[in-house]
Design a protein around this ligand. Sequence first.
Ligand SMILES: [Zn+2]
Ligand SMILES: [Zn+2]
Length: 624
Amino acid sequence: MDVAKSISEGLARKVLAASINGEVWDASRPINDNVSLKLLTWDDTDGKSTFWHSSAHLMAEAVQSTFPGAKFWVGPAIDKGFYYDIDLGDTKISDDDLASLEKKMNELSKQNNAYTRKAIPKAEAIQYFTEKGDEYKLDLLGNLTDGEITFYTQGSFTDLCRGPHIPHTGLIKAIKLTSIAGAYWKGDEKNKQLTRIYGVTFPNQKELDEYLLMLEEAKKRDHRKLGKELSIFTMDDDVGQGLPLWMPNGTIIIEELEKLAKETENAAGYKRVVTPHIAKESMYLTSGHLPYYADSMFPPMELDGTKYYLKAMNCPHHHKIFDAEQKSYKDLPYRIAEYGTCYRYEQSGELFGLMRVRCLHMNDAHIYCSKEQFADEFRAVNDMYIKYFKIFGIDKYVMRLSLHEPSKLGQKYVNEPELWKETEAMVRSVLIESNIPYIEVQDEAAFYGPKIDVQIWSAIGREFTLATNQVDFNSGNKFKLSYTNQHNTAEVPLIIHRAPLGTHERFIGFLLEHYAGKFPAWLAPLQVKILPISDKFMDYANTILQTLKKSDIRAEIDDRQEKIGKKIRDTEMARVPYMLVVGEKEMNEGLVSIRRQGKGDSGAKPVNEFIADISAEIKDRREE
Ligand SMILES: [Zn+2]
Ligand SMILES: [Zn+2]
């Protein structure tokens, strides 16, 4: 805090904690050695989690004053906010209690109480919680050794905690307790059920308001809800958990995405391949997926004494295609692509709509190239991402570059010190040149090379992991892949794994939320609905339908005996981009009255003119 103050008072007001040699500390803790220091604010992940964990203590203080005798288990920060597991005895709490707890927290935060840290001898700590009759903290103490026990106090609340915490409660300016749940002590259903209270806090009201608005919008845009309403996909118990069935509407979206991918990849010099869904155990032993990845694969099936596995990734099959014919430097870069179907064994508790599934269709490709070609190939892959982001209106994205840790070469990372340095430098310089927002993380690379995770944000500001790109200088060796170079000697190619559109499952789940189900015309399962005002105009409606179909436009007639107002409302609800209303005037003058989804009446036009407009919109994959 003194360092922050020496820089500016404004900065000091924003400091939540400090990173000391990579470890997060209270900003008030004295520094006695020469260290590497980073001041953490709300903009840092560690700053946020310190803020939220401190908010859990503040909530505990409010609970303690409202329900004397409450006992506290653990209160961690989570992805977005915090919770605390509490034994409230026989008291059952409701949403009304949450409102009064919020009020109490606001009072307490205004007291600007400091979070103070105190090292306590184990015996003293045991005595404190024995007197309090708190079997939960005594249980936690059992696992701690003397000399590493700390208490944190703010106001009238003291907790056993290793910290760190923010300077004082006054920083917590906006508070929302979001829900109540039951949670078994230590997650074991044989134990007592505790009350878990979830909450989220912010340093200002504006951010809280925005967050609550986003949550509300996310609920409306929930891909499971929209997927059902718009007949995109379904799940069936007889098929199995995590195995989505794509309905006709969803299949149109899939085919449009594949068409886009094929056009883009053809233009970028990829060739397409098709590979089986299963392979022998021996191939996965070569690739190293077995035994290391066995937990994530479906169990094997045995045929004529040989074990076969459902493929969890396409790479090994593609390596075999590379290897099927002798290659020379003239054949490189060799790029092969496939919308490959993969199967992964996800725990049933982990399954979630289209986001976590057991069967996935991946926008996969592998590029085999020389070291000299690598930078250009990697740049081209990035360009492809940017092109896709433009098409889908993804304005916010970041690439997370995971690097190796030199001291772990030969253990956690394949022992190729020079290759690591070279490829990491090349990847970094391409990211900088292309002006792509990126962050670097140490010691999180894949075993066989640097890794780039692509994070994208939906229109309502929710973050998704879209895809992972990997540089691989190990599989070439494992599969004994080679090509002859200009000097007629054998060399092992570098491999780039890439999947810019991720999987159909996750990407369509993302798009449902991103567009709120209102797909642009090129992706919309139904592009045009013709709404005759009455039966009298059915023949005219049919002529229009045939004309649209000849132009490859996905169209239908609403031939129900309903009032036009209802037909319009229903078509709006089905998120069909265009409605063509036809009645007396339209029929007599050879026109259609156009309504754009969400925008209402946009005038009448001759049919051919409408077709020219919508065809251009579809061809350019425009978002109108
Ligand atoms: Zn704490
Ligand atoms: Zn791969």
